[in-house]
Design a protein around this ligand. Structure first.
Ligand SMILES: N[C@@H](CCC(=O)N[C@@H](CS)C(=O)NCC(=O)O)C(=O)O
Length: 140
């Protein structure tokens, strides 16, 4: 998976699943950045070089970034997606944190063994998404 642009490719190490690298790839695509996503990285081999021992991990030449939200922000900055002013930057930050809340909820539902609780979490997620204030309160 990669986006189209002429810049030197960055590498995003993560498994090919829709989880902690997904937002980063969406931002890369929106910003026209050349990011190559690995398919099945060898975590044991990479681990000693990872700042916190975990993936995702982005390598952009000599810049190496761990932590999924730091990667999202790094790519948003490179792609010029953090807004042109304070208001735009605040909106960008809000969206990143909202995305994390939604991801956390989805992960909880995914790993929830109790089917009733899982269903409730999914219902709550749908409620959050359908009543999100973002489309009406921000006019970017
Ligand atoms: N706060 C970190 C969490 C990263 C994380 O939990 N990574 C997991 C995969 S989703 C991992 O690398 N697990 C393997 C391990 O901890 O050894 C982030 O947002 O990047």
């Amino acid at each position: 998976m990669s986006t189209f642009s002429n810049t030197a490719p960055m590498t995003l190490y993560y498994w090919k699943i829709k989880a902690r690298s997904y937002a980063a790839m969406a931002v890369a695509q929106a910003g026209g950045l050349n990011v190559v996503h690995t398919d099945d990285p060898n975590l044991a081999e990479l681990k000693p070089s990872l700042p916190f021992g975990q993936l995702p991990y982005l390598v952009d030449g000599d810049v190496k970034v761990a932590q999924s939200l730091a990667i999202v922000r790094y790519l948003a900055r490179k792609g010029g997606l953090q807004g042109d002013d304070d208001k735009g930057f605040a909106f960008s930050e809000m969206l990143i944190q909202e995305m994390e809340d939604i991801f956390t909820l989805m992960a909880k539902a995914n790993y929830e063994k109790d089917k009733v609780r899982a269903s409730l979490l999914i219902l709550f997620l749908k409620f959050v998404l359908s009543f999100s204030a973002i489309p009406t309160s921000c006019n970017l």
